[in-house]
Design a protein around this ligand. Structure first.
Ligand code: HEC
Ligand code: HEC
Ligand code: HEC
Ligand code: HEC
Length: 165
């Protein structure tokens, strides 16, 4: 009889709606957690123990390894806002999650390090999987900093294997 079935239908319907709403809510709130863990910057020193050779030659030959010095020596003539514009290229990961913020808070990221080319290394230093880094670097990966204006101004084009190790 219809009278008796009503509560059952109502219950099923209500249950269905509640289940659906909570499913949507869950997937919305948990989506960032389910997504791949965010990679952050660890600094060049963290690469040393496993890549001694690259680390040594980078430290010895690459100007990037001292790129904070370059801007520090010019700081006097600049106001704070102007100085901060230098961070984008002369430090590691400025403006990105876990990137350089200030000398006090993130001294290990003050120079443009391994990760400006290879990408944030937090996952890789645990997994040791090259797939957790930027793969197949091309000249495009250099252009954010070695922009065409700058390349023209300095009259040189970065070679893909230059300035690294
Ligand atoms: C705990 C050890 C460890 C640490 C720390 C580490 N790596 Fe690695 N890395 C490895 C191993 C192991 C491989 C894989 C080597 C292979 O497959 O030939 C690798 C591979 C790589 C490769 C790719 C090499 C290729 O042949 O494609 C790059 C680039 C790299 N690491 C960069 C870094 C950078 C940059 C850091 C610091 C942020 C770092 N690694 C820190 C262990 C480490
Ligand atoms: C995050 C910004 C950034 C990225 C990305 C970047 N560079 Fe650089 N690079 C710099 C800065 C800054 C300097 C100058 C450092 C200084 O003298 O203070 C530099 C210097 C250099 C030099 C000068 C020579 C030397 O010994 O260091 C070469 C060559 C070079 N980079 C090549 C490359 C290549 C190739 C890539 C891409 C694979 C690349 N760079 C990606 C910021 C960057
Ligand atoms: C868009 C990226 C970018 C920004 C922003 C930037 N630089 Fe650079 N800077 C570079 C690159 C790349 C080089 C390497 C020189 C080249 O292109 O040949 C460099 C080189 C230099 C050098 C020469 C170092 C040497 O050894 O000859 C100095 C000094 C310098 N920058 C200071 C600054 C200052 C100060 C600021 C902020 C006002 C700044 N840069 C902002 C990318 C940048
Ligand atoms: C200027 C960009 C740049 C910087 C900075 C840089 N690398 Fe690389 N690295 C490269 C390029 C380009 C390759 C060639 C392989 C490729 O195309 O992915 C490479 C290759 C490697 C490899 C693979 C083995 C090899 O020599 O081919 C390792 C390991 C590595 N880098 C580690 C490091 C470490 C550790 C640092 C910091 C101490 C560093 N790199 C800094 C651009 C860079």
């Amino acid at each position: 009889m219809i009278e008796k079935k009503k509560p059952v239908i109502c219950f099923t319907l209500c249950y269905g709606i509640v289940a659906m709403v909570s499913l949507v809510w869950c997937s919305l709130t948990l989506a960032p957690v389910w997504a791949a863990p965010e990679k952050t910057y660890v600094g060049s020193e963290a690469c040393q123990e496993c890549h001694e050779g690259e680390y040594k030659s980078f430290k010895t030959y690459a100007k990037k390894a001292h790129s904070y010095e370059s801007i520090a020596t010019m700081k006097k003539g600049l106001n704070e806002a102007e100085f901060r514009t230098c961070f984008e290229c002369h430090t590691t990961g400025f403006g990105q999650p876990g990137g350089f913020q200030s000398l006090q808070d993130t001294p290990h990221l003050k120079n443009a390090g391994c990760e400006v080319c290879h990408g944030p290394g937090s996952l890789h230093i645990e997994s040791e999987d090259p797939g957790d880094l930027n793969e197949d670097l091309t000249a495009k990966d250099c252009e954010t900093c070695h922009s065409s204006e700058r390349v023209a101004a300095f009259d040189y084009r970065p070679l893909i294997h230059g300035g690294a190790h």
